[in-house]
Ligand binder design. Structure first.
Ligand SMILES: Cc1ncc(COP(=O)(O)O)c(C=O)c1O
Length: 395
């Protein structure tokens, strides 16, 4: 037998998280996570579950009864949505304009669905005309789109137009709201979204582990009238209904600490007010955008579909993105990220999410990024960036 491993105390570095997620966790959420456990069927925990559901409805802007935190990361709520809605033989229409449309495709295929595409380049949103054409051609049963594409920094506009097209064809709409929930305007009911899933570690500033999901009655009717059970037992919503619905019966042991965490994170949303929170993200990210633009850097998406919670900043010519990212991590303990897939090496992905969306962080980012770019001889005007940032913040 091997000797007991000599592993030291846990001392991760104290980073500032401004990448694509996770974002910095609010201290009140960390404190909630040190609350002693109760059992997942304890009467007091039932009250906590009710609070979470009520707060989650508020944040999603929905009256959907079926609103729950799925145990697991954003991919778990994503797979719960797709794996329950898509039955073998169903057709799902998915976007090709970013990394997470590809993940939707994989999940729909594993659920036994046929996948068809609506195309748009990475860095652009879906065009309703293309969505209409894809519906006319393929008559899909389910349509998925990404409201806030973390891989490209694109916010999908015209959501109501897309959902109307889908409903005219009797299809259900699934929205990926992982990088928009709690940070960017999102109106699940008013925009006609049937199912929305999200993650807690972005604009909610909560550690990953319990991921928001909401389904309206129409979607839940389909889930509950499936001919065959979904392939995942763990994420079968008809079984989870027993725990999160009226009955409150055991299905699996809920991640109690994560439920405490998301309750506190959502309480913070309600205290701030959801519209105020959207405004704060917009104001702080506008300062970041003004600053980097005045520095001489471009943003990848056009202003009309710029995503405040995730800023895709173009890497200037001659700069190695990876080197700059390592520089800010090493010298400033600041996490930002590079591009994925088609945009690898071309963009920096700079998050402005939740507790991290504050003027102090933007100023810090400008200092660190400016220095990292100057270190590589890039032609950037850091002073101009600071003036523009300050002007924007003082508006
Ligand atoms: C848009 C989008 N969808 C889905 C996911 C998957 O979430 P997770 O990594 O928490 O499983 C992410 C994660 O970054 C995301 O940004």
């Amino acid at each position: 037998m091997a000797n007991a491993p000599d592993v030291g105390e846990l001392t991760p570095p104290n980073r500032t998280l401004m990448g694509p997620g996770p974002s910095d966790v609010h201290p009140r959420v960390l404190k909630a996570m040190s609350t002693p456990l109760v059992g997942h069927l304890d009467p007091s925990f039932i009250d906590i579950m009710n609070d979470v559901q009520e707060l989650m409805r508020y944040t999603f802007r929905t009256d959907n009864q079926w609103t729950i935190p799925v145990s697991g990361t954003g991919s778990a709520s994503m797979e719960a949505a797709i794996g329950n809605l898509v039955e073998p033989g169903d057709t799902m229409l998915v976007p090709t304009n970013g990394y997470f449309g590809g993940r939707m495709e994989s999940m729909a295929e594993r659920a036994g669905g046929n996948v068809v595409h609506v195309d748009a380049p990475w860095g652009e949103p879906l065009d309703p005309v293309d969505v209409q054409e894809a519906f006319d051609e393929y008559q899909p049963d389910v349509f998925g789109f990404v409201h806030a594409e973390t891989s490209t920094g694109v916010k999908q506009p015209n959501v109501s137009e897309l959902t109307s097209i889908a409903h005219d064809h009797d299809a259900l709409v699934v929205a990926d709201t992982v990088t928009s929930l709690g940070g960017v305007e999102l109106e699940v009911d008013d925009w006609g979204i049937d199912v929305a899933y999200s993650g807690p570690q972005k604009c909610l500033s909560c550690p990953p582990g319990a991921s928001p999901l909401t389904l309206n009655d129409r979607a839940m009717d389909k889930v509950l009238s499936r001919e065959h059970s979904p392939r995942s037992w763990y994420l079968d919503l008809s079984l989870l209904e027993g725990y999160w619905g009226e009955e409150r019966a055991y299905h699996h042991t809920a991640p109690i600490t994560n439920v405490y965490a998301i309750r506190e994170a959502l309480r913070l949303v309600a205290e701030e007010g959801i519209e105020n929170r959207w405004d704060r993200h917009l104001e702080v990210a506008s300062a970041l955008k003004a600053g980097v633009e005045a520095m001489g850097l471009g943003l990848n998406p056009e202003d009309d579909y710029w995503l405040p919670s995730l800023n895709a900043v173009l890497v200037p010519d001659g700069v190695d993105a990876g080197e700059a990212i390592s520089y800010v991590l090493e010298h400033y303990d600041l996490e930002i990220a590079g591009g994925l897939g088609a945009l690898a090496g071309d963009i920096f992905r700079i998050g402005c999410m939740g507790y991290s969306a504050k003027p102090k962080n933007v100023s810090f980012l400008m200092t660190a990024l400016g220095e990292a770019l100057e270190a590589q001889g890039a032609d950037v005007d850091v002073d101009a960036g600071f003036s523009a940032m300050r002007e924007q913040l003082s508006r």
